[in-house]
Design a protein around this ligand. Sequence first.
Ligand code: SF4
Length: 323
Amino acid sequence: MLQHLSVIIVKQTDIYGREDWSMLENCTICPRECKVNRFEGGTGYCGMNAGLNIASICIHRGEEPVISGKDGICNIFFAGCNLHCIYCQNHEISQNSILVKDSGMDHDIVLDKISEILSEGISAVGFVSPSHVVPQVKAIIKGLNSRGLRPITVYNTNSYDKADSIRSLSGLIDIYLPDYKYVTTDIALEFSDAPDYPEVALKAIKEMYFQKGSTLRTDENGRAENGMLIRHLVLPGHVDESKKILKSIAEELSPGVHLSLMSQYHPTYHVRNHPLLNRSIYKAEYESVVEAMQDMGFRNSWVQDMDSYQNYRPDFSKDNPFE
Ligand code: SF4
C-alpha cells in the first residue's frame, strides 16, 4: 500500500536525547544558527518546528539503482529546508505550500508507516532533505531500532550541514548521499541564499568521507549497504562550475569516490524568466562534464540519460509523489 502523510507534528516530545532537545530549544542545528525555540513553532529560516515535520513517506524507485535496489527505498521526505534554492524540484514541500499543520500524527504512527513498508520487503530507509531535522532523523532511527528493525539508513542531503551534525550521525547512518552543488560563493548566494555553502558543504562532505572512505559496499544484488555516493546536478549554463566541483572532489577527497552526475535539471515556474535556469541542460553541456569527469580519473560514476528529467518531477499531492 502506498503511504502518504500530509503533515506530522509530533505531540510527544520525549523522543529526543538531552543534547538534541537543547539544540531544538535554541536551534543551531544547521549553519543558519537561527537560535529560535522550535518547541514554540517553526520561526527559523527552515520554518520547521520541533515535530517530525514529514511531508511524505513512500516507496521510491527513482534513486540510483545502487541506492533504490530492485524493490525501491522507503523515503521519508521532510518538509521545509535550510536552503531556498530558486530552482528547487521539491518546492511543494521545501517551501511548505501544501502542508496542513498538525495532523495529530506522532512518532509511533511514523514508525508504524515505515515498519509497514519495510515488512513489504523494502530494506532501506532514506532521509531526504534532513539537514534541519537531524534530531528527528536520530529519533526515527532509534525508534526503529527499538522495534528490532535495522534497515539500511541513507542520509540524502543538500550538504548544507554542520560537520558536527554529520559527526553526531556516525554509527547511525549507513550511506551518505550528499549533493555537492557549488564551489562559487556568488552562485551559492544567488541560487540558494547561502554564500557560505561551498565552505560548509566541503567540510560536511569531508566528514562523511572520513567516516566512510571511498568504498561503497554492496550486497550480492548490487545494492549499497555502506559508504558514500556524491551527487552533482549539472545546471544549464554552468558547465565550468560543474567542472570545478569535480576538481574539488578529486583534489580534496579522491577520484575513487562514487559519483552520480545528474542531467535531470528541469526548470520550475519559479525560474521561468531566469536567463540561465529557464531551460533544461543541453546534451553538449552534459557531455562536456562527463568528459571532464573521465579525464580527472573518476572510476566509480553514474551518468543519466538526457530525458531523465521526465522521471524526476514529483507531485507531492499524490499518495506516491513519484508514480
Ligand atoms: S535547522 Fe532551521 S531553525 Fe535551526 S538553525 Fe537551521 S534553519 Fe535555523
